[in-house]
Design a binder for this molecule. Structure first.
Ligand code: ATP
Ligand code: MG
Length: 460
């Protein structure tokens, strides 16, 4: 009976080419959406209660409502309210106003931080945009109806009221979710122009929720993809990170490639995807990352980006060695070259760039097993990540599996076993290392002090 009713309600909306905003939203009861108050984060319920008791409207909104209806545990909770940031701030002792332009409030509840934002109006068409139509300001307060209309997809414009356990739905979002459709609110081309990141969000949310991007929202992506070039690099990095750590990276990147969206994101990703060796490596890494995310295991962004860019480093390194540069110097120069090439488009944070370089810098040292060097390598703080990277290189066919096996045995071995595995160093090499040389301009003196890619000088 309920099923029948549901089917009737949803079928009615299925044929709508584009969801029109309803002035009077549908108020969907618990029996249809299934989110009891007990299922939401307790802090989110409390924040809504406090705001409502003070006479304001307050709802859990966006991704959390969407995910709960879809049966996925939400990553974070957002609350939308009619209260201004100052009014929110006054109601919660442990809160602070964040951001100069958007001005949202972070409310600390128990161990959680909730993002509380005031209903915002869709941007004014005569308002501030860049020359491509990207909206630069989006901070005008508005009604709940306007707040719903400025959200990107219908499934993201749902408001959950914990006190009545109802969902307020202005754009047929619940029906779209049940029908597995990702539908843009308003004209898709216009919405992408306002904010090109919505193209990436479409691909990511489609993959995460198993939704099909409706044809009208999918069609403009190919020709509008280049608009991503105007998005600030830091925002693009955040969004790429979300995408790569979504647990559906393989699907997302496959689709990005189909939509022609990978151009300009990671400027060198095109090249990587064309290389037979590189492609296998990148794909293997993404599959493993997806598996870890889905098993709720931690993943390191540094490791991931290190894998995505490794074959670029190899290429640049080879070029430099062929031009006569010393191996060790050439490697560090190649690492900088590759990271710099990304920096324009993708603001990889300094901490992550440091992690990436640590992992790369360990790789040639794995090839050096003479003398006491292996003992110093396993003492490196990033040894584990470096070893995992080495293992991936072996699995992709770049190096012999024997090399990774050797390091695994060495790392797991006791003192005697390790000693037995060490390969004695030949005499002359030691002598050469002791010879003093004058440092030459331009090259790091320590890089010249030993045999190529073999230096212990970067140990500590
Ligand atoms: P997830 O948290 O799973 O990454 P999300 O949809 O919750 O997905 P958030 O960045 O947390 O993404 O955004 C919260 C809500 O804000 C969205 O559900 C949507 O309603 C709105 N929103 C976010 N980004 C945009 C955007 N670029 N354009 C319009 N609305 C947006
Ligand atoms: Mg969210």
């Amino acid at each position: 009976m309920i099923r029948k009713l549901l089917r009737k309600v949803f079928r009615r909306n299925a044929d709508k080419p584009q969801a029109a905003a309803r002035a009077e939203p549908a108020v969907i009861p618990l029996i249809q959406h299934g989110i009891t108050r007990a299922r939401i984060l307790p802090g989110a319920g409390k924040v809504c209660d406090t705001l409502q008791a003070a006479g304001f409207k307050a709802y859990v909104v966006g991704g959390a409502v969407r995910d709960l209806i879809a049966g996925i545990e939400p990553k974070d909770y957002d609350v939308a309210t009619s209260a201004t940031p100052e009014q929110v701030r006054e109601l919660f002792r442990r809160s602070r106003i964040i951001g100069r332009r958007f001005r949202i409030v972070h409310v600390m509840m128990g161990g959680e931080t909730l993002e509380v934002s005031t209903f915002r109006a869709a941007h004014d068409p005569a308002g501030e945009t860049d020359e491509h139509g990207r909206v630069l300001r989006d901070n005008v307060f508005g009604s709940q109806l306007e707040d719903a209309a400025r959200r990107d997809f219908t499934v993201n414009a749902l408001y959950y009221d914990p006190s009545s356990e109802t969902v307020i739905d202005y754009h047929h979002g619940v029906a779209d979710l049940k029908q597995k459709t990702l539908r843009m609110i308003g004209d898709p081309a216009q919405r992408y122009r306002e904010d090109p990141v919505r193209m990436l969000r479409a691909v990511r949310l489609g993959a995460k929720l198993g939704l099909t991007i409706e044809p009208a929202a999918r069609a403009p992506i190919r020709e509008m993809a280049s608009l991503l070039e105007n998005v600030p690099a830091a925002r693009l990095f955040d969004e790429m990170l979300k995408l790569l750590l979504s647990g559906h990276a393989v699907e997302c990147l496959t689709q990005l490639r189909e939509e022609g969206l990978h151009h300009g994101l990671l400027p060198l990703l095109d090249v990587i995807l064309e290389q037979p060796l590189g492609q296998r490596f990148v794909w293997l890494s993404l599959e493993k990352t997806d598996a870890r995310v889905r098993e709720d295991k931690p993943v390191s962004p540094g490791f991931l980006f290190a894998t995505l860019l490794w074959h670029e480093v190899l290429g640049a390194w080879d070029r430099r060695k062929a031009a006569g540069e010393i191996a060790q110097t050439a490697l560090f120069a190649a690492m900088d070259e590759v990271l710099d090439a990304q920096a324009d488009k993708l603001a990889i944070t300094r901490r992550i760039a440091g992690d990436i370089k640590d992992i790369w810098a360990l790789q040639p040292r794995f090839a050096q097993r003479t003398g006491k060097r292996p003992l110093r390598v396993i003492e490196q703080p990033r040894f584990r990540a470096g070893y995992d990277f080495l293992r991936l290189r072996a699995e992709s066919g770049e190096i012999e599996a024997e090399e990774a096996d050797w390091w695994e045995r060495f790392a797991n071995g006791g003192h005697d076993e390790r000693e037995a595995m060490l390969v004695p160093e030949k005499g002359p090499a030691k002598k050469r290392r002791r010879r003093r040389r004058k440092p030459t301009d331009g090259a790091a003196p320590e890089a010249e002090a030993g045999p190529p890619a073999d230096s212990d000088a970067d140990d500590d």
